[in-house]
Write a protein that binds this ligand. Structure first.
Ligand code: NAI
Length: 269
């Protein structure tokens, strides 16, 4: 992919699911990746192993990785993490705001601390990472790119996941606001919005019956893979996407296309 080789990339939540696939994709494309992880050294080891395996099968795989521990709901961790990336890799070119969590509860029963936690990780954390990355981009006086990993729930309401829906809806506005504010400085900010993707965040990933139910709602008849999300993320940060900013690219097998309209609405239609 054009313009990726040699770039320095920070991926938050890089030791699982979509983040892990994004990190691996960049390394096989010759980028250097800072793998953010949180209290899970075993997961970090398995991610490093996966990356080494993928790299060994890829000709010219020259990217290197470093590990940066930190909780994106803690401001001091984010500041330290970004400094670490710049100190160890020399600069930061691309930030991937991927870390995310969700909590389910009827909205009238959701505990305040559970609401706050989801917003702190998914939205505030993504903003603070973006803020630190932008400071660095401006200081060094050259371009930079941010990708926010949003969700189809940026636009599809999700009952019992109100904090998650709010966090991703907010992410859409943050993507547009930052894109507009920093376009004059050559900084691009975009988002990908995955549909249902088989990763550990979803209980149906390991349950064939539940998986079938999920797939029945998706026009393309299957869930997405982390690798598909990684490829689109990388595309948006490549030179081929150099004129795109402020956009959310939905990667969802048609989930946001009002799937109910696939069927006639009444016998007469
Ligand atoms: P996952 O559970 O496999 O990965 C989430 C990652 O975020 C983990 O590495 C976890 O350690 C990290 N994380 C959580 N809290 C953190 C914190 N406070 N600080 C640093 N890292 C933290 O889930 P998945 O699916 O890979 O999720 C990645 C992103 O994709 C999330 O933002 C999620 O909302 C989004 N997404 C996922 C979809 C899916 O169906 N899997 C659909 C739409 C969006």
């Amino acid at each position: 992919m054009k313009g990726i080789k040699g770039k320095n990339v920070l991926v938050t939540g890089a030791t699982s699911g979509i983040g892990e696939a994004i990190a691996a994709y960049y390394i096989t494309e010759g980028a250097n990746v800072a793998l953010n992880y949180r209290n899970d050294p075993e997961k970090l080891d398995s991610t490093k192993e996966l990356i080494a395996q993928m790299c060994s099968k890829t000709e010219g795989c020259s990217g290197k990785s470093i590990a940066v521990e930190g909780d994106v709901s803690v401001e001091a961790d984010i500041v330290r993490m970004c400094d670490q990336v710049v100190n160890q890799l020399g600069s930061l070119d691309i930030l991937i705001n991927n870390a995310g969590i969700q909590t389910a509860a009827p909205s009238h029963e959701l505990k305040t601390e559970d609401f706050d936690k989801v917003i702190q990780v998914n939205l505030r954390g993504a903003y603070l990472c973006a803020r630190e990355a932008i400071k660095h981009f401006l200081k060094r006086g050259s371009k930079g790119i941010i990708i926010n990993v949003s969700s189809v729930h940026e636009i599809i309401p999700r009952p019992t996941y109100v904090s998650y829906s709010i966090s991703k809806g907010g992410m859409e506005n943050m993507t547009k606001t930052l894109a507009l504010e920093y376009a004059p400085y050559g900084i691009r900010v975009n988002a990908i919005a995955p549909g249902a993707t088989a990763t550990p965040i979803n209980s149906w990933t390991e349950d064939p019956q539940k998986l079938k139910e999920v797939e029945s709602h998706i026009p393309m008849g299957r869930v997405g893979t982390s690798e598909e999300m990684a490829a689109i993320t990388a595309f948006l940060t490549s030179d081929d996407a150099a004129y795109i900013t402020g956009q959310t690219l939905f990667v969802d097998g048609g989930l946001t296309l009002y799937p109910d309209f696939l069927q006639p609405w009444s016998a007469g239609e």
